[in-house]
Design a protein around this ligand. Sequence first.
Ligand SMILES: Cc1cc2nc3c(=O)[nH]c(=O)nc-3n(C[C@H](O)[C@H](O)[C@H](O)COP(=O)(O)OP(=O)(O)OC[C@H]3O[C@@H](n4cnc5c(N)ncnc54)[C@H](O)[C@@H]3O)c2cc1C
Length: 369
Amino acid sequence: MQKTAIIGGGVIGITLANYLDTTKYDVTLFDDENGQATKASAGIISPWLSKRRNKRWYRLARDGAAFFQKLISDMDISEKIYAKNGTILLRTKGLEDLADLAEQRKKDAPEIGEINLLSAKQTADKLPLLAPQESLYISGGARLDGLLYLNHMKKLAEEKQVHLIQEKVTINKKGEQWQVNTKGQQFLADYVILAAGPNCKTLLEPLGYQVDLRPQKGQLIVFKTQQGQSKQWPVAMLDNEADLIPANDGQMIIGATHEDKAQWDLQPTSAAFEKLTNNSKDFLQTPEKLLENSFTYRVGTRAYTSDFAPFFGSLPDDPTLFVASGLGSSGLTTGPYIGYLLAEYFNEGSWSTEDYQKTLDTYIKTHSF
Ligand SMILES: Cc1cc2nc3c(=O)[nH]c(=O)nc-3n(C[C@H](O)[C@H](O)[C@H](O)COP(=O)(O)OP(=O)(O)OC[C@H]3O[C@@H](n4cnc5c(N)ncnc54)[C@H](O)[C@@H]3O)c2cc1C
């Protein structure tokens, strides 16, 4: 059995741990549970109408959204964790063009589902918190509860004999093997897979690599309401750097901020509350009804590359060291699929990912390449 260490138990690491063949690999997952983007995230899975032009990213996000069907059946994911209630897109203009784009994209992404232009009344009927306004509805949009997903997948991983160790680690090479260091112990591994969000940079730099990654702070506000039916409502993308995400147990989430200067900071700020609530007010039927509820913050750190695209694979100069990061603001959509692709590579021994990403040396450099 080959010893395999995964560093980072966010959406990539925990999905990978569950898909790795544990009859071939002795798997240990190290995670310090600190500032994990996955558990903070808003969880919108609806990539098809993004304004982004990066075709590789789009293919990855499209196939990542489609992958949920397999993930749900393989891992017995409940509707509390992943709910496909559709997405409402609000725009002051250009809804017809957006509907045309949806029809075009549906040709190779049938997961988009039904595409309907809604009247103002139909919009408010679908999501009663919204002020009456025209919108576009796609039935394939979904939301994933990141924290519940992690908890569920951790249980499954333990059942598969994956060792879960809650520690911050460093790594170094010892002969042909890797040494993974916690505060008081060292573990040897044949393979290391770094799925540590923006911290992949911190882990790789002492080994002589330069890594194109930066941290970005994201905050969202979770209102506790009496809206018991909210778990069946669609997500609303508000076209205003704020989205409304109905969740379990009457929670209504408004998110999220993208704060480049704040980087690793995990403190909630009243400025984020002001920004998110102001951005959403115009779209709400009676804003005070929602905004006067008690609320909590969720804060996480996203990982970004210079071209906003993720990367994953083995390092060009060391086939025993793998890395996956740079998922940015769509990592709940792409992360499970990236974890699965990595596991398939380990289980089957080959893959082809050039449709999804540039080569890894675009993002990670040593003196030798
Ligand atoms: C506020 C917010 C809203 C978001 N909304 C959405 C959304 O609606 N839709 C969407 O698709 N995506 C969304 N995202 C993005 C998505 O959450 C992330 O891209 C994704 O979760 C990243 O997953 P990951 O596994 O790469 O990293 P993470 O989830 O950050 O996990 C990495 C883990 O590695 C651990 N770690 C780091 N260094 C070490 C070390 N040295 N030793 C041990 N452990 C270590 C960290 O503590 C962490 O637990 C959002 C993100 C944020 C912050």
